[in-house]
Design a binder for this molecule. Structure first.
Ligand code: SF4
Ligand code: SF4
Length: 292
């Protein structure tokens, strides 16, 4: 089983459009599993109309809870909390759920054992069926952390299913940026496809994500999305790829058909066979050749 991750140095480059198209094209040739690793703003599901088969809670960490019957309002917990997450009241203290980082300092310092640490429901993950194959996706609740842990969980579940069912390819739609969730999404990947736009920050974004994939030893290919909106920037990116010895596997043109496909809830390659889809088919052929 091979693992392909689609990444970009920032959001809004069309990464999910490319991921959905590759999932569609791959599914025509082999059994695939998909994982949406953008757990802060999952949107691969918008293009695949998933039927949710399983829903599970995700606990990213623990929160302190104060028992008001045991609290003597001594204030020690508020003094030791470095996150200012303990709020004094009239007769007792309470914990601010959003501010608590679960470090447990207050738990260890409370003289009356009024504080307990409890797992907190931070999100949910789902196993769904789609017309292209199984999809694992998740939703991290607002203001909750540990998205890297949730990404790892989603990927693990997808990988296990792929191994159990003998599916040949796991396609991971990665989160934007270069932070912890991106590292979680990239870990163990056989290949990363980096999607970049020809904007003023395009090369900078590409450099950042490339440094991340290089650091973790994941080979990378590059695809320029909406390449024709700024040909000179696209040329700069192409020259950068040559200088870095990275294959540029596609230059997808801008076309409103991408938006039309989204409105219809379909990967663009399933919706239309115009220039965008033809270029994405070329991208898939090159990705497939590299994977094999
Ligand atoms: S340390 Fe314990 S007893 Fe003191 S204010 Fe905090 S919860 Fe209440
Ligand atoms: S667990 Fe840590 S962060 Fe949370 S309230 Fe206690 S001391 Fe503050």
């Amino acid at each position: 089983m091979k693992q392909l991750v689609i990444l970009s140095g920032k959001g809004g480059t069309g990464k999910t459009t490319v991921a959905a198209a590759l999932a569609h094209l791959a599914s025509e040739e082999m059994p695939v599993v998909m994982a949406d690793a953008d757990v802060d703003a999952a949107n691969l599901e918008l293009l695949l109309s998933p039927q949710v088969r399983e829903t599970h809670d995700f606990a990213g960490g623990k929160l302190a809870i104060i028992d008001p019957d045991l609290c003597t309002a001594c204030g020690i917990c508020a003094e030791v909390c470095r996150f200012e997450a303990i709020i004094p009241g009239d007769d007792t203290y309470r914990v601010d759920d959003i501010g608590c980082e679960g470090c447990a300092s207050c738990f260890y310092q409370c003289p009356t054992e009024a504080i307990r640490m409890e797992e907190h429901r931070d999100g949910q993950w789902f196993r769904s069926d789609t017309r292209l194959g199984p999809l694992f996706h998740a939703h991290l609740f607002a203001a909750r952390e540990n998205s890297g842990k949730l990404v790892t969980l989603v990927k693990q579940k997808a990988r296990l299913l792929a191994l159990d069912e003998g599916r040949e390819l796991l396609i991971v739609d990665g989160p934007p940026g270069i932070g912890c969730p991106v590292i979680a999404a990239s870990t163990g990947a056989d290949l990363a496809l980096l999607v970049v736009e020809p904007t003023i920050s395009g090369i900078h974004d590409l450099e950042r994500i490339l440094a991340t994939t290089n650091h973790f030893g994941v080979p990378a290919l590059v695809c320029i999305n909406k390449a024709d909106i700024n040909p000179s920037r696209a040329d700069e990116i192409a020259a950068f790829c040559v200088a870095q010895g990275i294959a540029l596997v596609g230059q997808v043109p801008f076309d409103t058909v991408v938006t039309e496909a989204m409105v219809q809830g379909q990967p663009v390659t399933e919706y239309d066979d115009g220039p965008v889809s033809r270029e994405l088919r070329r991208v898939w052929e090159r990705v497939k050749a590299r994977l094999s």
